[in-house]
Write a protein that binds this ligand. Sequence first.
Ligand code: SF4
Length: 294
Amino acid sequence: MEVMTAIREQGDVLRHASPIPFHPCLNDEAHGQVARIHLPVAPRCNLACAYCERILSDDPDLPGPGTASVVMTPGAAALRALAFLNEYGGDSIVGIAGPGDPLANEETFECLERVRRQAPGAALCLCTNGLALPRSMDRLVAVGVNTLTVTVNGVTPETVAQVQPRILEGGIWIKETEAARILIDRQREGIARAAEAGMVVKVNMVVIPEINMHEAEAVSGMAARLGAKVFNPMPLIPRNGLKHFCRPTGRDMAEVRRRCGKELYVFTKCKQCRADAAGIPGKEHYGCRMIKNG
Ligand code: SF4
């Protein structure tokens, strides 16, 4: 019991010492208080994650960053962002999280630039798998992205290749451990450069007990060394190529969070929202549903 109390106290000290922005997807305290909008402008992807299903659906109960009702044009999405900021206030977050990889879509940059021009003070956020992060860094810095999430599912090519078995590079699909090696290198370079550029970086990890749970501590340790500030382990939603794999139990997740909280602030409130989520998490105006174009 004393050991547990010491661990908890250490976590509390880290939590209060960490400069975590008051952002609903980075900071537990902000989760039910600050609004965010995900603008679904990015349909294409440069990876083939085994757990991913990109779905266009109006069903509000379908979760996951790969899900949206519709793909918006950058112009329509920027207008929607302005209306959202008017409704929820300038402290709210404008982000792009899919339904594909934001950095594999030129529309992402066009949308961010439009929002930045029309709302110069807006807090901009972006989620990515990291493959195209190094080559996108100058543009993200130029547009003023404040917070960045990178999903990292392991530290060894053998593990990562089971979760993300293919990457698309220069129009060619590269497979298995060769692909995983490239992905890992790009993620590491991208996280380090983003942190150096002043972005607050969160590392997400999809926790899959049979594949990568044993590498969670190594992922969070690597993220901390590269300058990330937040770690967000998320339970697998079993579907697509991993539909027969087990979701981690509550106890598994508690253990992962405990082990990974030594070096980084661990965010615990993530609901794996859709690529078109809007509102305060848990109190969505639209219940994570889509806002139609225009
Ligand atoms: S998926 Fe939803 S709950 Fe999770 S970090 Fe993003 S907005 Fe927050």
